[in-house]
Design a protein. Structure first.
Length: 166
């Protein structure tokens, strides 16, 4: 095997290892402790600080535009946003795309994502302990990390988890 073939194989394993398979059942993990605060640029030009949403139930979704299960989660999260934002839910989509806000803005517009989409970085990814995408964190009204949900999750499953904290 030459170096190019080896590089291609390694790249495929890294990409698919970092992105759970489409439609697969995700993992749910109970968390303890506070959510690490961050300030990140949003697609709309604002700077978003996690602690500005104190007193709300927050879902922080780590995702990327090239990840099929992440794409499947967009309508699920959009529906949750529309249904529960008036009850105190905030959804923050933290993109881990390498291309930056230039790619992200048109993607958010074309896909009509109604919640805040932010440009993530390695520091925030490491602070939350993100090892694959999509990974969704739920933060209760007291600022505690209460759930870490890896992989795709259906509307019904997320709604059931969310109702415990709203």
């Amino acid at each position: 095997m030459n170096r190019i073939q080896a590089a291609v194989i390694i790249t495929v394993f890294v990409l698919f290892g970092a992105c759970s398979g489409p439609g697969g059942k995700g993992e749910v993990e109970t968390m303890e402790g506070g959510a690490p605060d961050f300030t990140l640029p949003a697609v709309d030009g604002s700077m978003v600080k996690l602690s500005d949403y104190e007193g709300k139930v927050i879902m922080v979704d780590f995702w990327a535009t090239w990840c099929p299960p992440c794409q499947e989660m967009l309508p699920v999260l959009s529906k949750l946003h529309k249904r529960f934002s008036m009850e105190g839910l905030v959804i923050l989509g933290v993109s881990l795309d390498q291309e930056g806000l230039g790619l992200l803005g048109p993607y958010v517009y074309e896909n009509r994502i109604p919640y805040k989409v932010l440009m993530g970085n390695d520091e925030v990814k490491k602070g939350f302990g993100v090892t694959s995408i999509p990974t969704l964190f739920m933060i209760d009204r007291e600022g505690r990390l209460v759930r870490k949900m890896m992989g795709f999750h259906s509307y019904g499953e997320l709604e059931g988890q969310l109702k415990k904290y709203l």
